[in-house]
Design a protein around this ligand. Sequence first.
Ligand SMILES: [Zn+2]
Length: 448
Amino acid sequence: MDKMGSGEGPDNLQYRWCHLRKVLERTGPFCHPDFEPSPDNLNFLMESCKLLVIGAGGLGCELMKDLALMGFKDIHVIDMDTIELSNLNRQFLFRRRDIGQSKAEVAAKFISTRIPGCHVTPHFSKIQDFDETFYRSFHIVISGLDSIVARRWINGMLISLLSYKDGVLDQSSLIPLIDGGTEGFKGNARVILPGITACIECTLDLFPPQVTYPLCTIANTPRLPEHCIEYVKVIQWSKENPWDVPIDGDDPQHINWIYEKAMERAVQFGIQGITYRLVQGVVKNIIPAVASTNAVVAAACATEVFKLATSCCVPLDNYMVFNDVDGIYTYTYQAERKEDCLACSQVPTTVDIPGPEAKLEDLITVLCESPKFLMKSPGLTATIDGKNRTLYMPTVASIEEKTRVNLKKSLNELGLEDGSQLMVADSTSPNTLIIILKFASPPDFEME
Ligand SMILES: [Zn+2]
């Protein structure tokens, strides 16, 4: 190592980290019961601890800066996005000359250059591009995402890494997930110990009502004006592509076209309430970003990473909300695990269906719309008469075409009954989930 250039000389180390040493080499009233004051704590943090930051946007930039300045030296970052002009006001690792380049790559280069000794490894990809071996190599995963689907996916991935011996969780298989989220002047930070504390799926109902709508609803059973607008935006635009360009929410011509097409669809389905303004709102899907909220939430998350990596303090238990709309307010509470959580309970979840006459598409609607599932585009398989059968598979065009006919068939016709098990694959989880059909008890008309 180049002691002069990298700033890692022993003296420098002593001085640079002296404040951390005070926390890590002495005991105190807030220490975790397992904490042992020692220089090994700082050593582990700097030399061995490997972190994964997911997202290099508003939260991600703050997170990487905080973690690197705290002494973590081995940080990986995943982001599939490229830098846009509108990012620059808050995503402070990027400059005008970086527009069009990978967020992960530019951020990694910035931090690695600016903070001596810290090395950030960029991954210009989707989280779904990596497998269990990759995720298993990290000590802690920190997410700064704006997508609920991606959060649910990484949550499912970390849960699938857990191993149990005689029903007891093997602690060494546990990778904590620190999750930060912001929307305008509101934010939250949470500590998730997969298999121990509430996971993302356990608290699915906490997420604000969906701003995007399940594809199956907008395509098959629109009920709201938003469904019609979303249909034109997602499906019709790419098919007809009137100007041969992507939708520009600021172009009145584009909004007008979507408005007219959405009106046509609304009339067809007897839906009212489409306005030009609503079209604009749905198309632009604006989530305001506030730099100060990002800074606070990222700092809270980075502090939790530090606590977990060193045991110097008891971690957040387990959900902190932050609000600076009017003054500053924070509140911490213990989010509870859901006994039949789809992701972390190891108990198959039941799905309530009126009866055997319900159609397969009705079941899919339930999986997309019930707050318990909120799936995007589920694929279903079942074992019927000892044979594995694909009931519906939306992700592969050729299989979709072959299985589409099943959508209109009743569960009864497909050979499914009360208590049947179904395997469900959806973009919200890396794992195949098992659900059990539960028919509502037959109405007691026999009594009448
Ligand atoms: Zn859970």
